[in-house]
Design a protein around this ligand. Structure first.
Ligand code: ADP
Ligand code: MG
Length: 184
């Protein structure tokens, strides 16, 4: 069954724009799926909660995917894309070329050893909530029963998240925009 899925992406090493761009392009090629929206890119101070990502600032964003792919298969595909873009398995919590997380899978609640959805830290992270609220501020978090917009309003202002300026043009393919271009 087709579901609305939000995938968070982040990169804090190397050519970050290129890694994000390539990840989004690969997601847009998935079968039984289409990319319904891509957020702008945000620059984020690294969060030192459970990982040691180094001191490089992250680029973060969110993709909205309409898909028939099951959560498990989608996780496998995300790992595959991470591998293809050079993320080191043996130092997963270190600096990352690309990190891909399933943030929300429709209204599904999943609690498995290798997959927890909604992503357990998404509601505290402004670098997730800001791009998400661009795509769908009224989407309801299935566990917290609050909208993305409400969750964003409840977060503190630290760590700093700012819109990347200027926004780069994409190098691979064209991106569907989440809102009609001006003048239409
Ligand atoms: P993080 O994204 O929290 O910094 P990792 O990218 O290293 O950490 O992810 C570690 C593991 O988290 C993955 O191998 C995956 O099995 C698991 N995981 C659990 N829930 C999710 C989810 N919703 N999206 C992506 N990975 C998840
Ligand atoms: Mg991850």
């Amino acid at each position: 069954m087709r579901e609305t899925v939000f995938i968070g992406f982040g990169s804090n090493v190397g050519d970050r724009v290129d890694f994000c761009d390539r990840a989004v392009t690969l997601l847009s090629l998935l079968p039984h799926s289409h990319v319904a929206g891509i957020s702008l890119l945000y620059e984020t101070e690294p969060v030192l909660d459970h990982a040691q990502p180094g001191d490089g600032w992250f680029l973060n964003g969110v993709v909205q995917l309409e898909t028939d792919v099951t959560p498990k298969s989608l996780l496998d595909i995300l790992r595959e894309i991470e591998r293809a873009l050079g993320r080191e398995e043996e130092n997963r919590s270190g600096p990352r070329t690309i990190d891909l997380d399933i943030l929300l899978y429709g209204q599904h609640i999943i609690n498995e050893p290798d997959l927890v959805v909604p992503h357990p830290r998404m509601h505290q992270r402004r670098f997730v909530l800001m791009p998400l609220s661009e795509l769908d501020p009224l989407f309801v978090h299935p566990l917290l029963q609050r909208t993305i917009g409400q969750l964003l309003a409840e977060t503190g202002k630290q760590p700093e998240v700012r819109l990347l300026f200027p926004q780069p043009s994409t190098r691979y393919g064209s991106r569907p925009s989440c809102s009609p271009p001006p003048g239409l």
